[in-house]
Design a protein around this ligand. Structure first.
Ligand code: UAG
Ligand code: ATP
Ligand code: API
Ligand code: MG
Length: 487
């Protein structure tokens, strides 16, 4: 049991009806989860308005209501607290409720369009290798030192975040790395958390269905840096034109990283091959097992973060060379016949082009590049023809296939994709509905030294068809097929 007044610490209260000196059991923003003696926080969402569920919450046992407008019907014996912004109130209340767990560890937030999962996961790996207890909150999974949990969002709601952080406190976790999405910032899911540092990767067009304009999307990201405390560091990619923008109004220690311009943390790519990257980071050379220019940026951000968190320079360089690629992010295997199969989560035009160009950069001989790609059902349809066009333009062979058709007809999705293929590329294209067959065909077509890219599903281990998730793992399948074909 906690006292409501204590949970309301730091919440800007406008008016109160009833007593805040009451004991409460739990807090929630979803009336469906409310039980006896809980606090219900009414949130105005994108689909519904939590204020409409105040009575339901009271019926289920809520004894306190946090709202931005008092309801017409005030129930005797219930405490109503009016605040200006219930999202913000939720964030602070969640922190208070769990005993401000973010202040008991060093928390670093990573934001930007691409690279968040990669950087957060590799920082987790690096700090584990350095011998610390570490936490990770990411798109792929949430991890409390060694215990892994499923992740449903990139940045969870404030209650979930603080519950995980509390669990990390309980087992003595010292560092936590978390992804901070633009939805998360806009919905104030990370307010009330005490960050030790913030990292900015890059900004390109994304989520413009949620944020009205690119400027709005950029400013939401910037808000994260505006809110960092003076004691924190803000490390941004200054090769991205929006990097310096992030620092404009930040009170934190301002730091930059870059490959192309002067920065606090600099790197040069000396070699860029399929076996890895040879980097010169702040005048020291290091071999890493990750591939592609974009990973040089990610590694530099990781290096800077580790140094800012107090790790020894040479130790960090040594650990960088031990890092292994993140599940489904440019993960690859090399077969007996030297066929390289890459699995990558690229599921947007931008990401796909990026990955294909990265492969182009590291191709040495006249190997063929065979790409297998699909587009999800019940999602943005406009990306379908564009992705098919990119795949067929930048590959020697593009095999279009299914990727989580969900409730849509998979053939119709393929038709949408095929419309984007330009006539000169028709002969390079194949359409094979069944993803396993598509991967098999790629393996059959592949000659020694060729490269197969399987894009779109990355770490996913399922194919979702009509609400049912069937086991499906791109990496596992391509590995098995190459072995079966004795290639
Ligand atoms: C668009 C969006 O971000 N939605 C998030 C938002 O829900 P919402 O605003 O739609 O909520 P709503 O359904 O309108 O309901 C409003 C309020 O009424 C409450 N309610 C509703 C019904 C009811 O019976 N009783 C009740 O109390 C709800 O609990 C909620 O508090 O707040 C919820 C709680 O935090 C989130 O789970 C939900 O994420 C949905 C599932 C989602 O898909 N979000 C995606 C878009 C997202 O956030 N993605 C980002 C970035 C991904 C990326 O970068 O690629 C992420 O961080 O994952
Ligand atoms: N620094 C980077 N710049 C550009 N592209 C990148 C970068 N890092 C990774 N990518 C590409 O973007 C894809 C997604 O990377 P990652 O999962 O790390 O990004 P994210 O920011 O976590 O994305 P999400 O919004 O889905 O959580 C990768 O599979 C890779 O193709
Ligand atoms: N966060 C992305 C993931 C897409 C992954 C792809 N495999 C698909 O199912 O479309 C989305 O929901 O649009
Ligand atoms: Mg992510």
């Amino acid at each position: 049991m906690s006292i409501l007044k204590d949970i309301l610490y730091k919440v800007a209260i406008e008016a109160v009806k009833g007593s805040t000196e009451i004991a409460v059991n739990n807090i929630d923003f979803d009336s469906r989860k409310i039980e006896e003696n809980d606090v219900f926080i009414a949130i105005r969402g994108t689909v519904a308005d939590g204020h409409e569920f105040i009575e339901t919450a009271i019926d289920k046992g809520a004894t306190a209501i946090i709202c931005d407008t008092f309801p017409e019907n005030i129930v005797a014996g219930i405490t109503y607290v009016q605040v200006k912004d219930t999202n913000r109130a939720l964030a602070f209340m969640a922190s208070n409720f769990f005993g401000n767990p973010s202040s008991n560890l060093k928390l670093v937030g990573i934001t930007g369009t691409n690279g968040k999962t990669t950087i957060a996961s590799l920082l987790y790996q690096l700090f584990k290798k350095a011998g610390y207890k570490v936490g990770l909150l990411s798109t792929v999974k949430n991890v409390v030192d060694d215990v892994e949990y499923k992740s449903l969002l990139t940045t969870s709601d404030s209650i979930t975040i603080n519950r995980f952080l509390k669990e990390m406190n309980d087992v003595g976790v010292e560092y936590c790395f978390m992804e901070v999405s633009s939805h998360g910032i806009a919905q104030k899911r990370t307010e009330g958390l005490q960050f030790e540092g913030g990292v900015f990767t890059n900004l390109s067009h994304d989520h413009l269905d949620y944020h009205n304009t690119f400027a709005e999307y950029r400013d939401v990201k910037k808000l994260f840096f505006d809110q960092l405390p003076k004691s924190a560091f803000a490390l941004v990619n200054s090769d991205d034109k929006n990097g310096p923008v992030m620092l404009q109004n930040s009170g934190a220690k301002k730091l930059t990283y870059a490959l192309k311009s002067y920065a606090d943390y600099r790197a040069q790519i000396l070699e860029n091959q399929l076996s890895g990257l040879l980097l010169k980071i702040n005048e020291q050379e290091v071999w890493v097992r990750l591939i592609g220019t974009f990973n040089a940026y990610n590694l530099l951000a990781i290096y800077g973060t580790a140094i800012e968190l107090g790790l020894d320079n040479l130790e960090v360089l040594r650990l960088l060379s031990e890092l292994e690629s993140v599940s489904g992010r440019f993960q690859f295997i090399v077969s007996k016949d030297n066929i390289t199969a890459v699995v990558d989560y690229a599921h947007t035009p931008d990401a796909l082009e990026n990955v294909l160009k990265t492969i182009e950069d590291i191709r040495t001989k006249n190997e063929q590049l065979i790409t297998v790609v699909g587009c999800g059902g019940d999602r943005d349809k406009t990306k379908r023809p564009i992705m098919a066009n990119i795949a067929s333009t930048f590959s020697d062979k593009a095999i279009l296939t299914s990727d989580n058709p969900r409730t849509e007809n998979p053939e119709a999705i393929l038709d949408d994709m095929e419309k984007g293929v330009e006539p000169q590329n028709y002969k390079k294209m194949l359409a094979i509905l069944d993803r396993k067959q598509a991967i098999k065909t790629a393996c059959q077509l592949a000659q020694p030294n060729d490269i197969i890219l399987i894009a779109g599903k990355g770490h996913e281990t399922y194919q979702e068809i009509n609400g049912v998730r069937h086991d499906f793992d791109d990496m596992k399948i391509v590995k098995e097929l190459l072995e079966q074909l004795n290639k």
